[in-house]
Write a protein that binds this ligand. Structure first.
Ligand SMILES: [Zn+2]
Length: 96
């Protein structure tokens, strides 16, 4: 549980939360939600998925990362699309 990284949108702390049978990640800052997942571990893994590539600013996405992102989309991870939008927007304006 201590492995959950800060929110990539606002940097706030995020928490795993259970909604019925499903798990999601809830940011306390910007209220970003990531879900739904069949387990807490899956939710945390998906939440952490896109932080490293943004933090390290890798020149291009690896095949492994691309497939991981595609897998995440199949779980209905709409927040990843939001992250891409934010990333694209930040390239035209302020950094970070
Ligand atoms: Zn946030």
């Amino acid at each position: 549980m201590g492995d959950l990284l800060p929110c990539p949108f606002c940097g706030s702390t995020a928490y795993p939360a259970k909604n019925g049978w499903n798990w999601l990640i809830d940011c306390e800052g910007c209220k970003a939600l990531l879900g739904m997942f069949p387990s807490e571990a899956a939710a945390i893994a998906a939440w952490n998925l896109r932080v490293p590539h943004r933090a390290k600013a890798a020149p291009s996405r690896s095949l492994a990362e691309q497939s991981m992102r595609a897998e995440a989309y199949r779980f209905g991870v709409w927040a990843l699309a939001k992250a891409d939008e934010a990333e694209a927007a930040s390239k035209g304006g302020q950094h970070e």
